[in-house]
Design a protein around this ligand. Sequence first.
Ligand SMILES: Cc1cc2nc3c(=O)[nH]c(=O)nc-3n(C[C@H](O)[C@H](O)[C@H](O)COP(=O)(O)OP(=O)(O)OC[C@H]3O[C@@H](n4cnc5c(N)ncnc54)[C@H](O)[C@@H]3O)c2cc1C
Length: 376
Amino acid sequence: MKVVIVGAGFGGLETATSLGETLGRNAEVTLIDKNDALVFGYSKLDVMFGRTTPDAIYLPYRAFSKVGVTFRQETVTAIDPVARRVTTDKGVYAADVLVVALGADYDVAATPGLADGGQEFYSVAGSLKVRDILPTFGGGTVVVGVMTPHYKCPPAPSEAAMLMHDYLTERGLRDRSRIVMTTAMPSPLPVSKEAGDGILARFGELGIECITGVMPTLVDGGARRFHLSNGSVLDYDLLLAIPVHVAPRVVLESGLAEGGWIPVDKATLATRFPDVFAIGDVTSVGTPRAGTFAEGAGRVVAAQIVARSRAGDVARYQGDGHCYIEFGEKQVAEISVNFLGGPKPTSHYIGTTPEGVANKRAFGSARANRWFGISV
Ligand SMILES: Cc1cc2nc3c(=O)[nH]c(=O)nc-3n(C[C@H](O)[C@H](O)[C@H](O)COP(=O)(O)OP(=O)(O)OC[C@H]3O[C@@H](n4cnc5c(N)ncnc54)[C@H](O)[C@@H]3O)c2cc1C
């Protein structure tokens, strides 16, 4: 059986790893990604605030070694979901089973004025730019602006605001600075009232303002004014943006997407094309865009591929995940959520614990070890 997985992020890596572990040489798995290394999403926060060096965040795909799986660093240029054929800049791959795990891209230009008036920090390049800008910042109003209701890692904007508090405090600039977060959501983390209230309480302690239920309408970089959908305008000195997210162009051109994202069966992650699955940020499955959900989806898809060659029940996708939330001052909160296991989402907010920092570190090291055999 030939399995082709496009995208070696959280979802693709977990699918390939599970298949390698279970099927070994009984399947021919090809994993394709345009990059030469994985970077964890949260590493971008660490980079921009100087908590780590850029060299330390790359997990090279050359260290990915699983029986029966071949990694290819190539750019996918076309996907034919009917023929299950993938074209890259270097070749063509025919698949018995195709797994699309290409994540989400950013469309900075979708927000008028943002390209000139603010700086996104959701890409590695963007976080490196912020890292270079911050030392030149002499205090003032920092706006963490969410430009879209649908973005990766729902707690990340709040984390950026709380880590900004730490950064400005360490540089002696906090007293002459204001930190404001804006979001289209009704709360910083709507899935859990407890977690949203926990973040707001922490914002209160740290003096961070939060404006909810607003979308940006214009970034006026010349006047440094941020216009919001409720008619208000924020004067800012530094605008850190979470840009509009879009499915990669190759997905939009493939016929797989509807309404901008790939629809899938919520229990199986199957697309409407036979033997074509889609997982993670590129889908409209209904879970937040976060690695913990993408890898869970990867495990469920791998189990279904294995079930083709072995009898047995296959667990339905539950849309569950466990997330860590940086609360500033070396505190980390935790929340577990399940989106698809019952009639409505459930969550368990754990809050900050003495083990929070170590637990988050263990989350990263467990994946670095499982996928790359690397200790971090
Ligand atoms: C600031 C920030 C903090 C975050 N913090 C967390 C966190 O604490 N916990 C958590 O669970 N999640 C977190 N996330 C979210 C997490 O990074 C993503 O949701 C997760 O990586 C999605 O997994 P995925 O497999 O769907 O896509 P991705 O991991 O994005 O993988 C997609 C892959 O497809 C590749 N690709 C795209 N187009 C092509 C092409 N044309 N050809 C070849 N390859 C291509 C990309 O190179 C990429 O490697 C964070 C994200 C950000 C930005």
